[in-house]
Design a protein. Structure first.
Length: 369
């Protein structure tokens, strides 16, 4: 009988830690054991005794097919959480950029306010030096007509400058109040986005731990069979997708689409990595983003936001380079290479690979360029 894997031994030797951009702000996680699906589905001996015998019965263990189904579900849920994590990080980046803009504007407004304050202070000091004598009295006491006229003009200009300085100072004070209120809102938005990113990151790690625990319930032979099935599901017919023959891509619609397709196919065999954008590992939207970046086109980070980049095309209009989205929430994205094939980063434990375009529930497709 095949032996079970020793506790603690890695089920996915190629699995990378989930370390995506923006992780530096993450707060320490609280302690406690991770709840696993295996705990829910694989109970110990039944507490109830069988009538007449008093012998405790063990709950039946799920078979390999059931375990595979549960692992597939967990990986899909983790991918959904990963895309939400990317979206939260995009919100963090936007809030940080806006907060920087507001901060610079506030600094500039403060400088202008200080200039107006200095102007008003100079005028007040001049009045103090004149012992508070009203301007019309100072003019009346002048014995020289030319001096009289010069002083009159200067006082008019001084009065205008004082009025301008006062108006400017009031305007800058209003601007500062508005900028401070905007900064407070952005700070709250930034904190919320970071909290969402942390929560989604925890969800990803939890789902991955549950999948690992389920895989550990299988024998070594069953685990190898499951992983081999993953490879065969890609249409490669081998447990080593990196060495498998690739589907020949059809001619692309243009040089950019061709460059994106060529780049994506060049990544086949590289590992899947949560939150990874290359060059050593990728998640689904990280691969498509990197492929089109190699073609000179900037795509957003998440699969949902990538679905809005470019022109929508129907299933029967697909051309090499098009982005193909799967599942109702558009939580998975691949790059079409022609001849009914896609290339994508699918899930942990499975390298970047080619697969039939209909191997997952088709939802939408777009053409970036």
């Amino acid at each position: 009988m095949a032996q079970h894997r020793k506790p603690g031994s890695p089920s996915y030797p190629w699995r990378r830690p989930f370390a995506a951009p923006g992780a530096a702000h993450r707060k320490p996680r609280s302690g406690g054991a991770v709840r696993t699906t295996a705990t829910l589905t694989l109970a110990g001996a039944a507490s109830a005794a069988v009538a007449g015998g008093g012998t405790a019965l063990a709950d039946p263990q799920p078979g390999p097919d059931q375990v595979r189904s549960e692992i597939d579900t967990l990986h899909h849920e983790a991918e959904q959480a990963t895309e939400r994590y990317h979206a939260a990080n995009e919100a963090v980046a936007r809030a940080e950029r806006e907060l920087e803009r507001v901060s610079l504007a506030a600094d500039s407004s403060t400088d202008r306010l200080n200039e107006y304050r200095r102007a008003l202070g100079s005028h007040a000091a001049a009045q103090y030096r004149a012992a508070g004598m009203p301007p019309e009295v100072q003019l009346a006491l002048s014995s020289d007509p030319d001096t009289y006229l010069a002083r009159a003009a200067a006082m008019d200009r001084s009065g205008d400058r004082q009025a301008d300085a006062l108006t400017g100072a009031q305007r800058q004070l209003r601007d500062l109040e508005q900028l401070r209120a905007e900064a407070a809102e952005l700070t709250e938005e930034l904190t919320g986005a970071r909290d969402r990113a942390d929560a989604e990151r925890d969800t990803v790690e939890t789902k991955l731990a549950e999948a690992e625990a389920l895989l550990e319930t299988l024998t070594e032979r069953e685990r190898q069979r499951l992983l081999s099935q993953d490879a065969h599901a890609a249409g490669t017919g081998t447990a080593a997708p990196a060495a498998a023959p690739l589907a020949a891509p059809a001619p692309a619609a243009g040089p950019r689409a061709q460059a994106a397709t060529t780049f994506a196919l060049g990544q086949v065999g590289k590992p899947y990595g949560w939150g990874a954008t290359g060059p050593d590992a990728y998640d689904c939207s990280g691969l498509t983003q990197a492929a089109w970046s190699a073609a000179g086109v900037a795509l957003p980070r998440t699969s949902q936001s990538q679905s809005g980049a470019g022109t929508r095309v129907s299933r029967d209009q697909l051309a090499p380079g098009d982005l193909v989205f799967y599942y109702p929430g558009l939580t998975h994205v691949a790059l079409y290479i022609g001849n009914g094939q896609i290339v994508h980063a699918s899930r942990p434990g499975t390298p970047v690979r080619t697969a039939p375009v209909d191997s997952m529930p088709f939802a939408a497709a777009t053409r970036p360029a």
